[in-house]
Design a protein around this ligand. Structure first.
Ligand code: MCN
Length: 793
């Protein structure tokens, strides 16, 4: 194929196939699926951050009209329902497994965060269930609460779980501690920073929701679920309920945004499935927006002490990072791994620091559990490194780009083994940075700063370089690091007799454009029309196996599975073409969907071959009819997407307001399947990273543990007016070295470098006032207070 816009091949900026259905209002979300006789579930949630449950009186509530049942942890216990499983068990530094306190679908005896489910009311209508939920009387005896990880480690802090002494889940180290200490001790300059990575919440348009339908075809229960990972949910729910996996079908239809938060298993999925099976009737639950703030996994929440040793030339000689990660009241699905295996993997970043050591202590507090949210561990690592790099430049009087230039891992060092383990397979970080600096006019910033100053504004420019572990996989590595699931992907390609393709993929599309980019891979590999490809995702019965969409893994892992399956189709087609055209297989070429015999004018299209294969009338001896192939693809490594951000801002010193002036990004996501989609993905990630840096913060009252940002009135998601047009460039010169597409993920990249770049820009703007530190989010109040403090110091 010629790669024009119309052809729909790899590299074409074709418009998204899936958008038409949404623009016409024809999406099918869980709430659009109606099953006759369905009941509605409403959860009774704890108003306390920490309390004993003395009694639950459901009598009055039960007597209300239309109430069918009210279930509590007691009924779950009587039914022998297990705890909510998590999918990653990290080890301590000494190799012993982490503490693993249990989380129940409905609390037993004690609640540990505001919003924890205590009972579920099932009624004929949602409003009847809501009324009855208000009438359930729970007698609590409040306990002291702790919400901050440092305070939770204090010996006098309230203990959350008896089986997690000191409120600690694990302490894990990565790298060579002694060599790092020695390098820092011998360094000419030592930079030490205390950094807070703020706690944030997800704000997908569609809130979490599910509908369990018991005893459907073949006796299975069907769970319609707004999830990013249906196979993971099947495993988790069946594990908790003690069911055979084959007895639960999970369907994730259209999902209105996930951002990582819907890639987890939550108590509500298990409880709703259990209740439906118990009652023999369909049960539906949909989260209200306020419930989301109390029950959807939150993210980040790190306290870090970072120490960087630097020599007189500005070269980094040693880096020690000690992080306290607040995982909330319970361990969520991947909650233990995000600050552990994932965050620490990138703590060397794009720099060739020879000695690096990261120590992470994960801590239980009376807050909503944390887990992966767009970026998941990588923005935290980038933030640490890029804040240190700027501070080191300041200390040594070097330009901030120059200090990075002296430390970036050069392209000829690839593959590069970092001192903490990961092996970067490809990436030209210096080239990316130079492109970025040129695009952003870095060198002429002084003139723009002077111009702003003349208008009474403080102008700053910030730079952040990043590398990330996209294509989250190797099952083997994940297994070694404590994962309880595999991380491969599956793809099955069915070519019908007309040459149309049905692709079954183990990932899940909830805004990423898989219908489009997967069709592009098939069109490119098979030379079949892009329009004739239909992608099926999100159904455990249709798709044999899958891990799901998170960790920017769909293209690098799922897309690679598609490429491998397509190559099998080409190969089978070649054998059949050779047989039908009476030629030797090695003489048959395959180009742009046509099998031809070299040196002759004889050829057959892949559609003709598909027709022959689906008829099965004339087949080579031993060959099965049909043109279906499948692949299970497990890569040998992550795909190391990388890039850089430069942001320029102006601060109004009278109001503390920050105005974005320009935002430039250069990303290496390897081979680009669809540049329009990649730019859009980066754009979305930037909005979320900028949100974390500027406006978003989940705060808790430290005494009571109450959530102070429990609705959009108090929680500041960025609005269109807070953002600007981003200027993005893609560099394809360094494809992923180990997957068949050469592609690296892009879904999270925008969120990774942006918080660091923005804070660096604001600190640069405030540098003339002597400001050295400021915490996220950079709200006008915080910036204004910082300016006032500096001016009056
Ligand atoms: N792509 C491409 N070329 C590349 C890399 C990717 O054309 N070199 C395309 C892919 O084919 C896919 C899209 O870009 O259509 C994103 O691919 P990838 O980076 O593999 O990410 P995933 O599809 O696995 O999506 C997950 C990622 C994550 S982790 C979060 S969080 C996130 C995100 O995607 N949540 C999103 N983007 C989101 N976008 C929307 N609209 N909604 C969300 O919830």
């Amino acid at each position: 194929m010629d790669g024009t816009l119309e052809s729909g091949c790899i590299g074409d900026a074709v418009l998204r196939k899936e958008d038409k259905q949404f623009l016409l209002g024809n999406g099918q979300f869980v709430d659009d699926i109606r099953i006759s006789g369905e009941l509605h579930a409403v959860f009774v949630r704890s108003p306390h951050a920490h309390a004993d449950i003395l009694s639950i009186d459901t009598a009055n509530a039960h007597a209300l009209p239309s109430v069918v049942d009210i279930l509590t942890g007691r009924e779950m216990e009587r039914d022998g329902i297990g705890s909510i499983p998590f999918m990653w068990v990290m080890n301590n530094a000494d190799g012993s497994p982490m503490n693993q306190p249990k989380r129940w679908g409905l609390a037993r005896n004690r609640v540990r965060h505001v919003g924890e489910p205590v009972a579920v009311v099932i009624a004929e209508t949602a409003s009847a269930a809501e009324d009855a939920a208000e009438a359930v009387l729970v007698d609590y005896r409040p306990r002291a609460a702790v919400t901050n990880s440092r305070s939770a480690l204090d010996p006098s802090a309230p203990l959350l779980h008896d089986d997690a002494p000191g409120n600690e889940v694990y302490t894990w180290g990565r790298g060579d501690a002694a060599a790092t200490d020695a390098a820092i001790d011998g360094a000419s300059h030592v930079i030490e920073l205390e950094l807070i990575n703020n706690r944030i919440a997800c704000a997908a348009i569609e809130t979490r929701t599910c509908l369990a339908v018991p005893g459907t075809r073949f006796g299975t229960t069907t769970l319609y679920d707004a999830t990013q990972a249906p196979h993971l949910i099947r495993k988790s729910v069946t594990e908790a309920l003690g069911m055979n996996q084959a007895d639960l079908r999970v369907i994730a239809p259209d999902v209105g945004g996930g951002f990582g938060t819907k890639g987890k298993h939550y108590p509500e999925e298990t409880v709703v499935t259990w209740a439906a099976r118990r009652l023999g009737r369909p049960v539906r639950w949909i989260s209200s927006r306020s419930e989301s703030f109390m029950s959807d996994a939150q993210a980040r929440d790190h306290l870090t002490t970072a120490t960087l040793g630097v020599d007189n030339d500005g070269r980094f000689v040693g880096l020690r990072v000690e992080t306290l990660a607040n995982v909330g009241a319970y361990i969520s699905t991947f909650g233990a791994s995000i600050p552990g295996a994932i965050y620490s993997a990138l703590i060397a970043g794009v720099y060739r620091t020879p000695a690096v050591y990261a120590q992470v202590t994960t801590v239980l507090t009376n807050t909503v559990p944390t887990d992966a949210y767009r970026g998941a561990g990588r923005p935290e690592a980038c933030y640490v490194l890029e804040r240190l790099a700027d501070e080191a430049a300041r200390k040594l009087g070097l330009d901030r780009a120059e200090i990075r230039r002296r430390n970036l891992i050069p392209v000829d060092a690839m593959p590069y083994t970092t001192p903490i383990g990961p092996v970067y397979d490809s990436g030209d970080f210096p080239n990316i940075m130079e492109k970025l600096l040129t695009a952003a006019n870095w060198d002429s910033f002084a003139a723009r700063r002077a111009e702003s100053k003349a208008r009474g504004k403080l102008r700053g420019i910030g730079l952040a370089m990043y590398v990330e572990t996209s294509g989250v996989a190797p099952s083997k590595l994940a297994g070694m690091l404590g994962a309880r699931i595999g991380f491969f992907e599956s793809a099955e390609i069915r070519v019908d007799s007309t040459g149309n393709v049905r692709l079954l993929a183990g990932t899940h599309n909830h805004g990423q454009g898989h219908q489009t980019t997967y069709a592009q891979i098939i069109a490119d590999r098979l030379g079949l029309p892009y329009d004739g490809v239909t992608v099926v995702e999100g159904d455990t019965e249709a798709v044999p196996m899958g891990t799901g969409t998170f960790g920017s893994r769909s293209i690098a892992v799922g897309g690679s599975a598609i490429a491998v399956a397509a190559d099998k189709i080409v190969q089978k087609g070649r054998q059949l073409a050779a047989y039908l055209m009476e030629a030797a297989e090695e003489d048959v070429t395959f180009t742009n969907g046509v099998y031809a015999i070299s040196g002759t004018d004889r050829s057959m299209t892949i559609s003709e071959i598909a027709n022959a294969a689906n008829l099965g009338h004339v087949m080579p001896p031993g060959m099965e009819p049909g043109l279906n192939e499948s692949a299970f693809y497990d890569p040998s490594n992550f795909a190391y997407s990388n890039g850089g951000h430069v942001v320029e801002i102006e601060v109004d010193r009278d109001t503390g307001e920050i105005e974005l002036q320009r935002y430039c990004v250069v990303d290496d996501v390897g081979t680009v399947i669809n540049p329009m989609i990649v730019h859009a993905q980066v754009h979305g990630g930037l909005a979320q990273g900028i949100g974390q840096a500027m406006t978003e913060n989940v705060s808790y009252d430290p005494e009571s543990g109450q959530i102070l940002a429990g609705s959009f009135l108090d929680y500041g998601i960025p609005r269109a007016g807070d953002l600007i047009n981003f200027e993005g460039e893609l560099d394809e010169s360094q494809p992923c070295a180990h997957n068949p597409l050469g592609a690296k993920g892009c879904g999270e990249s925008g969120s990774i470098g942006s918080p660091a770049a923005l804070v660096n820009a604001v600190l640069d703007a405030l540098d003339p006032l002597g400001v050295r530190d400021i915490e996220m989010p950079l709200t006008p109040l915080r910036v204004w207070e910082t300016i006032r403090k500096a001016e009056t110091a």
